[in-house]
Design a binder for this molecule. Sequence first.
Ligand SMILES: [Zn+2]
Length: 476
Amino acid sequence: MQRRVVIVGIGTECSSFAPHRTTLTDFGIRSGDRLLERYPFLPVDDQVDFVPGFVARALPGGPVERSAYDELLARLLAVVRAGSPWDGVLLDIHGAMLVDGLDDPEGQLAAAVREAAGRADVLIAAAMDLHGQVSREFAATVDLPTCYRTAPHVDEEATRERAARLLVRGLRSASRPARAWCRIPVALPGEKTSTRVEPAAGLYRSVSSTPDGVWETALWMGYPWADQARASAAVVSMGDDESAVRTEAARVAREMVDARDDFAFCGPSGSLRWALDEAFGSHVAPFFVSDTGDNPTAGGSGDVVTTLRTLLADARVIGDRDSAVWSALVDPAAGRLAATSGVGATFAAEVGGCFGWPDRLRLTGTVGRLVEGPTGLLAVVRVSGLSVVLTERRTPFHTLADYERVGIDIRRTRLVINKIGYLEPELDDAAAGWVMALTEGPVDQRIEHLRLEKLTRPTHPFDELPADWTPAIETW
Ligand SMILES: [Zn+2]
């Protein structure tokens, strides 16, 4: 008998500390063949048809406006209802979304999709980011949730394929799969979760081989900046042996709790001043400094200028001999001013805080470059040896092409200061030296200072865990 699965999702990652608000226009919406491009591995089974439904995704940022979320949810559910009844649902989501007025958006989304699917026994799988959050309600609703096993994420497509294959396995199985969920009382900043280093590398190695009776174990590192009860790490183990999945979830939870003090920043890290001293004390180029506190792909708003203030005050950075670039500041008004001034003209304006981050500064320089990019206008203002990149919309710089677009050849640049965390693969290859500056912003990596109000406690590093801590496993 032919089975039908619909692919749907609303995915983003939001910081409670970002003044930015994610609106409807921030979401890219895919359906039909455009959506199927995300799953080039399909079909994975000749008896299961995966039908493209509705997937909306946005760059991480501030909370999603309630009206935008309600609109997207209504459109998603209309697609599910129109094709119902469904045998299965593949949820394609991030998992750390914040929506104004909701406590657990993905939990609510999963429950609404189950309701709309038209069959009480619909089987739901989810492909998620390992920085997603997994509430009890979400785990109770989604039969087969899984997530990436690498950070930086180089297994996004592989994870979607694993989720699809899990769903097929579930649909072909004689009995409904069992699952065990456990909240892991550990919160980690993203830059301590890199799987290039231990202990994350070992933890993900240990979940990628499965004991008898277990089909899959998924481990989420969580996302502490989205202040919700569910913000810590979590594990779900799935399979056809309830006792085996319970044992495996407990094993992984305990392994992560035992390793909690071993998670460290995945590269040399310290204050911005320390980072600049490292850069100028080094003789290699290009030297990268990650400006981690306002990384837009981690939920930064992109409008923080605190680092720029330090750079402008540092004679080594703006000196004529050395070339340096800082990317990027979202500031539509400043970009427009640069555009109307024209290349070669003097630029002088207050910049920063366009979404409300409480800091602005006066930037005076020369317009060096103006270009229309995929995210709108990009402008470079040169202050002696420093190129300051201004963008019309929030724009990550993750590839050499991102820099080439604004006329900057990274290989000929002495110092690259970038609103990023661990370097994405192409930049990592290009970097001759690299340190992380622990800077101020909506995703400040020094999470022990965060004022979280909703996170379930106790949670490391905010609280001491009880010496006799044991995993509290729930099964379905
Ligand atoms: Zn992630």
